[in-house]
Design a protein around this ligand. Structure first.
Ligand code: ADP
Ligand code: NA
Length: 341
């Protein structure tokens, strides 16, 4: 049997928020602790994905640096995990082109994220819209990210399930034409499926791209920032506290965040809110729980961002790139050979 390979990625488009952390990043660290030494772990800062929307070069450079610091701050260990910038490994782009030649336009156009982007400029017909090709085809790049390392398992949040399904279809499509070269990966869904926006808890997930910065809590936020954002989190006008995701999505989101952080499967959300009388008491409690969890991350992040650690971060990125190139080339040799290059 093939050896186990775990791959996942995050866009370096700002400091990760609690949704990223609970939906994906915390799982990455856990896998590092629980997987045997034979399992290869690869975690990528997917900067080629970041430019599907307009980026300022100086800002992007800063974000790449900060994002690497956050991955180390949450506890990823470069001696155990291959941590790298996607654009340092050209094979990701090469395999993307190759997969594009067998990928289905129909399948891509059914992607929820694409359809929500299409709806953005109101009344714009698809052909008149200013949307870029990269925004449409980025699931193919995501498939290449995963397949180029022969990943067997991909830990992601629920919002990525559809893209993983597409990734498997890319592998099948390629293998059908060229022989059994690429591995179909399994999705590892984290128990924290979906963290919602603090400002639109009923219908928007917490996201880096939300223009309202109070809609998300960053894993490096100070206690004061956490407090301020939780205080302005949208709830409802019903008295008291009950856990009712349908009718009280704002309260339910705060309780769920708290439950995910506490990680006590024996305590139900209903039990968690039993002794909390008011919204302000709930918000105080949520602030305490979040702060207690992210305080060590924040401290390590601040240290890693100091000028003293600059060279260390550059070394980590260089070593990560070298190992990721080796991993990708193992696959690309087989891919090129199968195609006839
Ligand atoms: P964002 O959507 O904030 O730009 P990314 O697209 O870079 O974040 O996603 C990085 C990882 O974080 C993915 O595995 C994704 O599933 C997960 N993720 C993002 N937002 C959430 C959320 N609100 N709840 C749970 N997981 C999330
Ligand atoms: Na996203």
């Amino acid at each position: 049997s093939k050896s186990k390979v775990i791959f996942s990625g995050i866009q370096p488009t700002g400091i990760p928020h609690l949704g990223n952390y609970l939906g994906a990043l915390r799982q990455w660290v856990k896998l590092q602790e629980t997987e045997s030494d034979d399992t290869r772990l690869l975690y990528s800062l997917v900067d080629l994905h970041a430019i599907t929307v307009k980026q300022d070069p100086r800002q992007l450079r800063q974000w790449r640096h900060e994002s690497l610091a956050t991955l180390l701050a949450i506890g990823l260990d470069p001696a155990r995990s291959i941590i790298f910038h996607q654009s340092d490994v050209p094979a990701h782009s090469e395999l993307m082109w190759i997969l594009s030649c067998t990928a289905s336009v129909g399948h891509l156009s059914r992607m929820t994220q694409w359809k929500s982007k299409l709806a953005l400029p109101e009344n714009a017909k698809p052909l008149d819209s200013p949307l870029q090709l990269g925004l449409f085809s980025y699931p193919v790049l995501q498939a290449a990210d995963i397949l180029v390392h022969q990943a067997t398992h991909v830990p992601v949040g629920e919002d990525q399930s559809q893209h993983l399904e597409f990734t498997r279809s890319c592998a099948t499509g390629f293998n059908h034409l060229y022989g059994d070269v690429l591995t179909e990966p399994e999705t590892i869904l984290s128990p924290a499926k979906r963290v919602m926006s603090l400002s639109k808890p009923a219908d928007k997930k917490m996201s880096k791209s939300d223009t309202n910065y109070k809609s998300r809590i960053l894993i490096t936020d100070s206690r004061e920032e956490i407090q301020r954002k939780v205080k302005t989190a949208v709830t409802d006008s019903i008295d008291g506290i009950t856990f009712d995701p349908i009718n009280r999505p704002g309260i339910a989101n705060l309780v769920t965040i708290m439950q995910y952080l506490l990680e006590d499967e024996l305590i139900t959300p209903e039990e968690l809110v039993k002794d909390i009388p008011t919204k302000s008491a709930l918000k105080d409690r949520v602030t305490d729980v979040i702060d207690a969890h992210i305080e060590p991350i924040r401290e390590r992040f601040n240290k890693l961002m100091s000028p003293d650690d600059r060279d260390y971060l550059i070394d980590v990125a260089e070593e990560g790139a070298e190992m990721a190139i080796t991993s990708a080339e193992e696959t690309m040799k087989k891919v090129r050979d199968a195609i006839g290059f």
